[in-house]
Each structure stands twice: as structure tokens, then as C-alpha cells.
Design a protein around this ligand. Structure first.
Ligand code: PRP
Length: 202
């Protein structure tokens, strides 16, 4: 079986999760982006590429943040909360704008699909500006009145004079496969349980 893990903030906790299921990372801290373990090949790739790699059948399953699952147009099966990677996708605005209750005309985000759906569910009309990252700079640059982005500790918002005003989507790490292939993930978890037991017994 071939599994993808996202690089970045979910990489270490994803390996810790695999480790708890008996799959130990052989070169922790190394630069290698793929490893072969007994019965399991693991590739470390950008989270946003994972839905496409699943669609291409380059990997059978992956660990992924719910934010990417919901933003993707690839039909995916998701296991639900694995118990790590918890954070929130939030609407945030400059502190001064929050105090003045200024209307939102334009929102910058790396999550245009989720943001459009959320705006429509709230019957709010605002333009969505899709950016590749560093969206917290957008209000200061004058290209947006607010942002929708991941908030974990809130440090990045505070550092940029922003304040979160609403949760758009609670997020967590989840096991994913292509839609209709959930049994693959079940077998990974079952095998992991067996291996975990064997590792525990050793
Ligand atoms: C995310 C997000 C925020 C930051 C929030 O970026 O885009 O900028 O984390 O975290 P905080 O609330 O703890 O400050 P990340 O560091 O994951 O990098 P990325 O933009 O490359 O995804």
C-alpha cells in the first residue's frame, strides 16, 4: 500500500500517528521524501497535491487536513478526526474594522471554494480574492477588508493586527482515500493495529 503524508505542520504528528500504528519513520528529520517500510510505502508531499495524487492513483490513502479535503474538487472519502492537527479556518479582519463594524466587500484567502460556499450559506455578498499564501498581509496592503485562513495559536493574526470574528470550518487531520475506496483506509488501520500490537509485544 502507498500512503501520502503532507509536508509542513501535519508531517511530524502524522508520523507520530503512523508510529502509534507500528510504522516507524526510519530517518526522522532527514530530507528524504519517500520511504519503504514493511508493507507500506510512504511519500511526503504538499497537502494540496494529495487529492490529485489520489485521483491519479499514485497513492492509495493519505493523511490530510480537513481544510484541503473541503477545498478540493476531487471526490474523497474521509475517516473523520484522527485526534491531531486541530485548528480552525476563521474569518478575520483588522481590529479597527471590527470595532467600526465595517462591511466586508473583499476577502483574501487560500480557500476560495470554502469561502464562497460559506458566504453563500450566510447570504453574504463579498468578492473572494484567491491568494497563494501570506494572506494576513492582504488587509494591510489594501487589497482585502478581511481574510479567511487557518488559525491555530492566533499568533499570526495578532502579529498582523487582525482579529478573528467567526469560525468558517473546524479542522483536523483525517485519513482520506478516493471516494468509494474507504476499505483501503480500514485495512491500513487494521494492519496498523496488528503491527502496533506486534511492536508492543517485541
Ligand atoms: C498557517 C496559516 C497561518 C498560520 C496560523 O500557515 O496560513 O498563517 O499557520 O497559525 P497560528 O495561528 O498558530 O499563528 P502555515 O504556517 O501552516 O504555513 P503555510 O501558509 O505554508 O500553510
Amino acid at each position: 500500500m502507498r500512503v501520502a503524508l503532507p509536508t509542513g505542520r501535519l508531517e511530524d504528528p502524522s508520523w507520530a500517528w503512523l508510529g502509534r500504528h507500528g510504522f516507524i519513520r526510519p530517518d526522522a528529520g532527514g530530507r528524504r521524501l519517500w520511504v519503504q517500510l514493511c508493507n507500506l510505502d510512504v511519500a511526503m508531499v504538499r497537502g494540496r497535491d494529495i487529492p490529485h495524487l489520489l485521483a491519479e492513483k499514485a497513492v492509495d490513502a493519505a493523511i490530510l487536513g480537513r481544510d484541503i479535503v473541503e477545498e478540493s474538487d476531487v471526490p474523497l472519502w474521509a475517516s473523520g478526526d484522527l485526534g491531531f492537527g486541530r485548528c480552525r479556518l476563521m474569518l478575520a479582519v483588522p481590529k479597527s474594522a471590527a470595532a467600526a463594524k465595517r462591511p466586508l466587500r473583499r476577502i483574501a484567502t487560500r480557500y476560495p471554494e470554502i469561502t464562497r460556499r460559506w458566504l453563500s450559506s450566510r447570504h453574504m455578498e463579498a468578492e473572494v480574492l484567491a491568494l497563494g499564501g501570506a494572506v494576513e498581509a492582504a488587509p494591510w496592503l489594501g487589497v482585502a477588508d478581511g481574510i479567511v485562513d487557518i488559525v491555530e495559536t492566533g499568533t499570526t493574526l495578532r502579529a498582523n493586527g487582525l482579529i478573528a470574528i467567526e469560525t468558517v470550518l473546524p479542522c483536523y487531520a483525517t485519513l482520506v482515500t478516493l471516494s468509494g475506496h474507504g476499505a483501503i483506509a480500514e485495512s491500513l488501520m487494521n494492519e496498523g493495529r496488528e503491527r502496533g500490537r506486534a511492536v508492543g509485544e517485541a
